[in-house]
Ligand binder design. Structure first.
Ligand code: AMP
Length: 145
């Protein structure tokens, strides 16, 4: 049961929120956190989460934290477009293992796309260079408004 189930407070993203695991952080406010995907599907692939909502997926989050989360998704998407100048951006969110979800803490993917550059594999590609992720995070963060 990956669509329905108990929220695990020790999931990877909860650990990142607490600072127990490293991440290339882009942006943080009282409610939300954005950081670089460690196994990106494209250069600049970012993730946005709510820091306190114990929601595994979109079905479980309350309206108020969802509002904060989706506003941060838009903020990060705008900053990413300003910083990296992609030709397009995909915003995705998976619910349940058969749908592609691998980390069970609600998150939105913000994936920049360039003409002619194929999308990498979801959650199955290689790990990115941490220094490169830190530099991308810095560039996107510089455009957060
Ligand atoms: P999903 O499959 O939609 O649950 O997405 C989970 C995402 O988390 C995937 O795109 C993974 O590449 C990414 N990911 C897994 N572990 C980490 C990590 N330690 N830091 C950053 N991103 C991660």
């Amino acid at each position: 049961m990956s669509l329905l189930g108990e929220y695990d407070p020790d999931n990877i993203f909860a650990k990142i929120t607490r600072g127990d695991l490293p991440a290339a952080r882009i942006f943080e406010d009282h409610d939300t956190l954005a950081f670089m995907d460690a196994f990106p599907q494209s250069r600049g692939h970012a993730l946005v989460i709510h820091k306190r909502a114990h929601a595994r997926n979109l079905l479980e989050i309350e309206p108020e934290p969802l509002q904060a989360l989706i506003l941060s998704v838009q903020r990060v998407t705008r900053a990413m477009v300003a910083a990296l100048k992609p030709d397009g951006v995909v915003v995705t969110q998976f619910n349940g293992r058969p749908a592609g979800q691998t980390v069970f803490h609600l998150h939105f993917h913000v994936v920049p796309r360039w003409e002619g550059v194929p999308l990498g594999r979801h959650a199955g590609g290689g790990a990115a260079d941490p220094a490169e992720l830190a530099e991308l995070a810095r560039q996107i963060a510089a455009e957060i408004s």
